[in-house]
Ligand binder design. Structure first.
Ligand SMILES: NC(=O)c1ccc[n+]([C@@H]2O[C@H](COP(=O)([O-])OP(=O)(O)OC[C@H]3O[C@@H](n4cnc5c(N)ncnc54)[C@H](OP(=O)(O)O)[C@@H]3O)[C@@H](O)[C@H]2O)c1
Length: 194
């Protein structure tokens, strides 16, 4: 897992960075690396590092000073948190539409698949994979499970909840298909009887 620790020169940040560094790929940002009050810099840094988790240990901690510099205190302790939160949720969850049979006439990929109505839209949302090649998992709603064909083909369409973060960079979500040559790569549909 890749963890970004922001405010890494502070008391908390240094301790968190040390604890995370033992078990995870940890990318640290001191104030010199990243001023959290600079929204664009925050977005760019997180887009570059693409962490699985962000720990924000940056803070305006001079309690008396906050009376003299309320705007700076507000920027660091409130607005910067918003910028970091936004950087963490640029695309939202990966959602799954379920289609009994093919989204278009054929089950092979068609341009019209992207816009076609699905039997059950948003039948599941997937967990964020910890790394490339790691599993994403989701549980189908009852309606989505019912749309899975027991005798023929079923198609799943996976997409980001939010279309774009307008950062001018390409965004990818990639999955192996059910007919991938390596069996271990293929998506799995796990059926649990309760
Ligand atoms: N320490 C504790 O025991 C403890 C316990 C519970 C909760 N907390 C909370 O944890 C947070 C951090 O506390 P702390 O004790 O670690 O404080 P700290 O030692 O004063 O560290 C705060 C860090 O934030 C950095 N910072 C300030 N403004 C910044 C900005 N605009 N951009 C990027 N970094 C900025 C500072 O950078 P510089 O080093 O360059 O000044 C400093 O390294 C606070 O919210 C505090 O309430 C701390």
């Amino acid at each position: 897992m890749r963890i970004a620790v922001v405010g890494a020169r502070g008391q908390l940040g240094a301790a968190v960075a040390e604890a995370c560094g033992a078990a995870h790929e940890t990318v640290t940002f001191t104030r010199a690396d990243l001023d959290t009050t600079d929204d664009a810099a925050v977005a760019a840094a997180m887009a570059r590092v693409r962490p699985n988790a962000i720990v924000n240990a940056s803070a305006y901690t001079n309690v008396d000073g906050a009376e003299d510099e309320p705007v700076t205190a507000l920027k660091v302790n409130a607005l910067a948190v918003r910028a970091l939160a936004r950087a963490a949720e640029t695309h939202g969850a990966a959602l799954v539409d379920v289609q009994t049979g093919g989204l278009s006439a054929s089950t092979s990929l068609q341009t019209s698949d992207f816009q076609a109505a699905a039997t059950v839209p948003q039948g599941a949302s997937l967990s964020a994979a910890n790394a490339n090649g790691a599993w994403s998992e989701g549980v189908l709603t009852a309606a989505a499970a019912a749309a899975v064909s027991k005798t023929g083909a079923t198609q799943f369409r996976i997409y980001f909840q939010f279309d774009d973060n307008d950062d001018g960079r390409p965004d990818y979500v990639g999955f192996y298909s059910g007919d991938n040559a390596t069996a271990a790569n293929r998506p799995q549909l796990v059926v649990r009887y309760q």
